[in-house]
Design a protein around this ligand. Sequence first.
Ligand code: SF4
Ligand code: SF4
Length: 246
Amino acid sequence: MDTDKKPPQRTENASMPKSDTTSNTCLRCGTCCEKGGPCFHLEDRMLIEKGKIPSKYLYTLRRGEQAYDNVKGCLVPVASDIIKIKGQKNKWTCVFFDEKKKACSIYNDRPVECRALKCWDTDALEQIYGRNRLTRKDFISQVKGLWDLIEDHQARCDYEKIKNLIKDLDGRKKDGAQRKLLEIIRYDTEVRKLVVAQGGLDPAMLDFLFGRPLTKTLQNYGIKVRQEGKKTFIHLLLHPRQNGRI
Ligand code: SF4
Ligand code: SF4
């Protein structure tokens, strides 16, 4: 494993990474790795299949989920799965970034976005950014049973459906919308428990298989989810019409 810090990559929830330099060489400052791990593309498939980057370190932004588009510079619903490297210690910093050494711990096996990223010239990254995205289907569609469950989860927890229910929390359909939203949140929670308890899956795999839990992601839509024992409650953090994200 090479721990030399050499030209790293792109970002997570910020615009294209810029170091504080005007030079056109990598200063190995680590800013790009601290802004978040890369998205995966078809060229990266073998890194995951060969276990160079174990899937427990990945998470999925599911189709329809709001995500920051690094090229457009705004939040957009993603058109298909986006698979990304997790952050570390509740920060965006890529889990493979060694903060003490300011180095990539998987440098020789870093994904294609990391290879393309030059903060002083983002052309190469912009060329590949939205193309040939790797999806969960590329890995899991052959695993009968698990793939059926993932497709069922995607349909029942569809973000477009969720957005419409959130809009309806504002009007005469409020009670029905709240009930349906709670059902979706409970299903999302229960399916995760089920595959761990009955399927023996590593809990660290859940964010890759089912995306991040709705109990977390709905905050991006102005909804706070609170769970007390078996009961689930939702609270509007923002009035639905004031929430520019839906
Ligand atoms: S590419 Fe830029 S931001 Fe990333 S380590 Fe090099 S100088 Fe820093
Ligand atoms: S894989 Fe390596 S180069 Fe890419 S963001 Fe993570 S630490 Fe940086």
